[in-house]
Design a protein around this ligand. Sequence first.
Ligand code: GLV
Ligand code: MN
Ligand code: MN
Length: 419
Amino acid sequence: MTELDPHLLGTRAKAMIDALASISADPGRITRLFLTPEHRRAADLVGRWMAAAGLSVSEDGLGTVRGRLPGRGERGGANGARRLLIGSHLDTVIDAGAYDGTLGVIAGILAAEHVSRTRGAMTFGIDVLAFGDEEGSRFPFALGCSSAVAGAWDEGWLDARSFDGTSLRDALRRYGKEPTAAGQEAYDPDEAAAYVEVHIEQGPVLEAQGEALGIVTAIAAQSRLSVALTGEAGHAGTVPMALRRDALAAAAEISLALEAIAREGAADFTVGTVGRLAVSPGASNVVPGEVELSVDLRSQTDAVRDRALERFRNATAEIAARRSIGLAIETLHHQGATACDAGLQGRLAGAVEAGGGRPVRLPSGAGHDGQAMAGLCPIAMLFVRCKGGISHNPAEFASIEDMGQAVAALIRFVEGFEG
Ligand code: GLV
Ligand code: MN
Ligand code: MN
């Protein structure tokens, strides 16, 4: 084991976080969506950091940046060598914080650089992966890049349209990619020894426990739906209340039904969110004729999530029928709960303890690229305390000291890993 300086590692991580935070579509706030010019600039910067860290850099057909440190005796990263995959994502939600995703990419680069400088190579190869679509903020699907890397690319996603109307095919072309090449560069399962990701917790548990770092036990099951409601637009001054088919009033009732169902499942960490409403025609003196609402429903187990989903569908159908509203529900994302590998959890915990921490074990309510990567190889996640548990919010914050401890723990994990 080499001597580590967590303060220096954290200071470097913070400078890199700040550099990525300055790359945004919107002045004064962070918005960096999949396959946008901002994604391009962030990917280029990360590629330069990877090269400076001694990694050989490539980019796949969906824009995932891959920085490779070959294993000992492996010439130029030839296929067939076992490799440890370390990654996270560069895309953000709209009006995001600076740490979600970026910290994991940066931690991977700093850890690989440390190994490259201090040892030259390990017996296994290391690939640092910077994915571009964890959030699903631009297109209706999520985890597209990591699904492709894991061999689970869905050809149907090429036909998806972004929330601003661009098809994925066009977005790929504009990004300089050939759409038919998307999803063609998956790892061979024999090559991928494990996937590990550092990520801010995005919740309050570590702060409440007074610990900087936590080991994720499992990632919650998540479903995203699009609910389309069709009523009848009409004059706000003349259509009597009893005769209205108001799509927005129905959407409001459906949102409250989702809230009630999720609250009843709170013990199983069931959570339900309506995050986006598109109201048409959207004028103050017109009864809303059409509404499209997004639904995000999660729980710690597939069974509990599925039961809540069924109750939500039944409640929605009842509300729509009672109000004479047309209803169409589309499933956009349906991801099972994902267990983190017990052996890797133990190794991560050992790496945290070696730095003087008490590794708290906790589940993740947030979705992560690890969910897609679990289809390829065993996964592990290291959570980092964030202030007030706040995330998906510009107030997101992790301290230099905590980030430094996380990078140091990742380095120890890598040094102790046996491909
Ligand atoms: C991603 O952050 C998600 O959990 O939706
Ligand atoms: Mn994330
Ligand atoms: Mn996120």
